[in-house]
Design a binder for this molecule. Structure first.
Ligand SMILES: [Mn+2]
Length: 420
């Protein structure tokens, strides 16, 4: 049996529209916008450099229907690079690029094999002793167990199953093409190249059941290194799995402690140190797209709450000050708590008293319901699902008494700061 290497990738989501960048400009934002393409290009380069025998794409190559032919042309161009290097590619469609979803089409170069969406197929590479089994998604909502009808392993070959699946009961994922880990393990294949779940992970070894994860994180919930898996086969046996990190922008949650800080300047300095540390330790030469979370008990708690805009600007300045395309700040979340020692000043006791009893003011609650309720109903679903701000959560829940209670310390912080 031969020795060779292959690359398993999935969830490219080419030209995925990145949310939350509207109205933002600059080189960093331009890089984030083009990141899915750049990462895919880097994947193809690494595949060629590593002299891989073939490339697998386990679904969701595209993010949905193409806006125009440019997305398809880009992909064809990259496959052309592989063809020139004599490397075949094997592709299945997933829920995002199901056959029914993609109405525009382009003829692909002859080194690319797209598996049928009607029935499972097997493609063999005889010179390597490899059998690849796979089936793509015909419609977006494939809720049948596709793996069940995959063919039996080819005897004497290295068998690879390519499947886009949410497995069964994976939290937070729709049950696309559900199957259990046990079923996959029992199938008799050597390696399952899975797609759909963006977090990379090896679910089983010998046989291998692997999610390569997406090649490029697209938001803070896809933080950390991203890429593909380079699989080494020696004498027909899988001997090594190594990550190929091809992401060009890396999302990171950067934690900054405000403990011991007594001013906004102190917190800004802390943020700057944390961003620099993160770029150095976790950036690996890529641009870090950071969400900053400031937490801890701090004397500067009220000031931090009331100066969120200033802190965001300072954090952006800290990132920009590192030079081009080293770091970019998406958001600053202030979740500090008051220092035990810093009680409100006595002359503010009356104001605070008024604020805490405000939740019993029925007229106020009714006014809020009318003025805020209308706005909340217009929020886009992605904001409603995961509001990061506790005040917004209360408003979405329609809990106006709770909203007043939570808003009181914030209002107090504003009063304190303006009185500085
Ligand atoms: Mn998917």
């Amino acid at each position: 049996m031969r020795s060779f290497r292959f690359v398993h990738a999935a969830d490219i989501h080419l030209d995925s529209p990145l949310k939350g960048l509207a109205g933002q400009e600059g080189n960093a934002v331009a890089l984030i916008r083009s990141a899915t393409r750049e990462a895919f290009e880097a994947l193809v380069s690494r595949t060629i450099e590593e002299k891989a025998a073939f490339l697998i794409i386990a679904g969701d190559l595209y993010d949905g229907n193409w806006r125009d032919y440019q997305t398809g042309l880009f992909f064809v161009g990259q496959m052309g690079r592989l063809r020139q290097a004599g490397i075949p590619a094997f592709l299945i469609y997933g829920n995002h690029d199901a056959e029914s979803q993609i109405t525009r089409r382009l003829t692909l170069p002859d080194n690319v094999t797209v598996f049928s969406t009607r029935r499972p197929e097997t493609h063999r590479i005889d010179r390597l002793g490899v059998a690849l089994h796979g089936q793509g998604f015909r419609h977006r909502d494939v809720l049948d167990n596709l793996a069940r009808s995959y063919p039996s392993p080819v005897r004497g070959a290295l068998n690879i199953g390519i499947l886009h699946t949410g497995l069964a009961g994976e939290e937070g994922h729709a049950h696309y093409a559900p199957c259990t880990l046990h079923e996959l393990v029992q199938k008799g294949y050597d390696y399952w190249a899975l797609g759909h779940i963006h977090q990379p992970g090896v679910r089983h070894e010998r046989p291998y059941v692997v999610y390569s994860g997406n090649v490029q994180g697209r938001h803070i919930r896809e933080a950390g290194p991203r890429g593909a898996v380079l699989v080494t086969v020696e004498d027909g046996e899988i001997t090594e799995l190594a990550p190929l990190h091809v992401d060009v922008v890396r999302w990171e949650l950067v934690e900054a402690s405000a403990e011991g800080c007594s001013s906004i300047q102190d917190i800004s300095d802390r943020i700057r140190d944390c961003i620099e540390g993160a770029v150095f330790e976790r950036g690996e030469g890529r641009m870090l797209a950071c969400r900053i979370r400031i937490s801890g008990r701090s004397e500067a708690h009220s000031k931090a709450l009331a100066s969120r805009e200033n802190l965001l600007a300072e954090a952006k300045a800290a990132a920009a000050g590192l030079g081009e395309e080293r770091a970019w700040v998406e958001k600053v979340v202030v979740s500090t708590e008051p220092d035990r020692a810093s009680a409100p000043a006595p002359d503010l006791a009356t104001t605070v008293g008024d604020l805490t009893s405000a939740k019993d003011d029925e007229a106020l609650v009714r006014d809020l319901r009318i003025s805020i309720g209308g706005l909340v109903s217009k929020l886009p679903p992605e904001v409603r699902e995961q509001p990061e701000d506790p005040l917004l959560q209360k408003a979405i829940d329609g809990d106006y008494e709770g909203l007043i209670e939570l808003a009181a310390p914030y209002a107090m912080a504003r009063v304190l700061v303006s009185g500085d």
